[in-house]
Design a binder for this molecule. Structure first.
Ligand code: ADE
Length: 325
């Protein structure tokens, strides 16, 4: 269904031609260069549309943010952060880092900001887990492996995601992961990393950044997050893929936080032994004691865990993902 597109600026074509002729620069796109289709995602200050480039017929996901809403809610910092992170990831020296949504271009009109992103045809990971109840070990190993590779890459660039969850892990047309939503991300310098003395992170009055169920204990107590906050989230994700539900569940956010701080969770009967061992080594209250936290480059200690035995990490993004049953 074609919905009414966001309003666009005028004289776009004229501006473009002039710019190209004068500077030999790639032309700035405008909303008129796309046909906007259905809504495929909604955030608190953005809406994501499926859109087609009218020149190439290629599909994109365009994230549209309302400027007034962003200013009113004082979210400019988070939008800037997201653009900065996406830019770092999208302009990577490697032939484009797989496993991340790519930012193709940005533009704006009077009222809105537009982020043109890769379209993940198979949507969020969460409904795929929910549809089958839980993943088998082959599927869990594959997707946990892709997320681990993604985290190795992200962390090597000094980026902490801080809101990793199955809603932010999208699946492309071939069922490989594309991590998205860098609005809560943090870019750390090497010094900040060692001393942990940066600004208290992303915790605003009575609303924290991140999602209750996957939030790490240190973000709740110290407001500081390091790379190992993402390793905690990886543990939560693995648990959810195997068990079908996240490890820390309760009726309210407050009760979830209480359980997280007390490490109050159990494994259901039949939970795979090696998956359990790895989850237990990620869900450790002290961030520096999580598996991988002491690794210098990449996460060899996680890669070499029994749970991943037999998985060829180097070729993961070229493999055909296992069928989800
Ligand atoms: N929902 C939010 N972002 C998306 C994307 N890039 N592709 C598909 N669905 C999305």
């Amino acid at each position: 269904a074609i919905m009414s597109p966001p309003h666009s600026v005028t004289t776009a074509a004229v501006q473009q031609t002039t710019k190209l002729a004068q500077n030999q620069m790639p032309p700035k796109m405008t909303p008129k260069d796309y046909v906007f289709g259905k809504v495929i995602g909604e955030g608190s200050f953005s809406t994501v549309y499926l859109a087609m480039d009218i020149h190439t017929n290629k599909e994109y996901a365009i994230k549209v943010c309302d400027k007034r809403h962003i200013m009113r809610e004082k979210k400019a910092k988070y939008i800037k952060r997201e653009k900065e992170v996406l830019h770092i990831l999208s302009s990577c020296v490697k032939p484009t880092a797989p496993f991340f949504v790519k930012l193709y271009c940005t533009f704006q009109d009077v009222d809105r900001l537009y982020f043109v992103l890769s379209y993940a045809k198979n949507g969020e990971l969460l409904p795929h887990i929910n549809k089958v109840g839980s993943f088998d070990i082959t599927c869990t190993r594959f997707y946990a492996g892709e997320v681990l590779l993604a985290l190795e890459h992200l962390h090597s660039l000094g980026i902490i995601h801080r809101d990793l969850k199955p809603e932010n892990i999208l699946l492309d047309d071939k069922m490989h992961i594309l991590i998205t939503d860098f609005g809560s991300a943090k870019i750390v310098s090497e010094e900040t990393e060692q001393t942990n003395t940066g600004e208290p992170q992303a915790r605003r009055r009575n609303s924290f950044v991140g999602t209750a169920q996957y939030v790490s204990p240190e973000l709740l107590t110290d407001k500081y997050a390091s790379k190992s906050a993402d390793l905690w989230a990886l543990g939560c994700l693995m648990y959810q893929m195997v068990a079908g539900l996240p490890p820390f569940r309760a009726r309210s956010e407050y009760l979830i936080f209480k359980k997280i701080l007390e490490l109050d969770y159990v494994f259901p009967d039949g939970f795979d032994q090696s998956a359990r061992d790895l989850v237990e080594k990620c869900l450790v209250l002290e961030p520096s004691k999580r598996l991988g936290a002491a690794d210098v480059s990449g996460y060899p200690s996680i890669r070499s865990h029994n749970f991943f035995a037999g998985l060829d990490f180097e070729s993961l993004h070229k493999q055909t993902p296992p069928q989800i049953y």
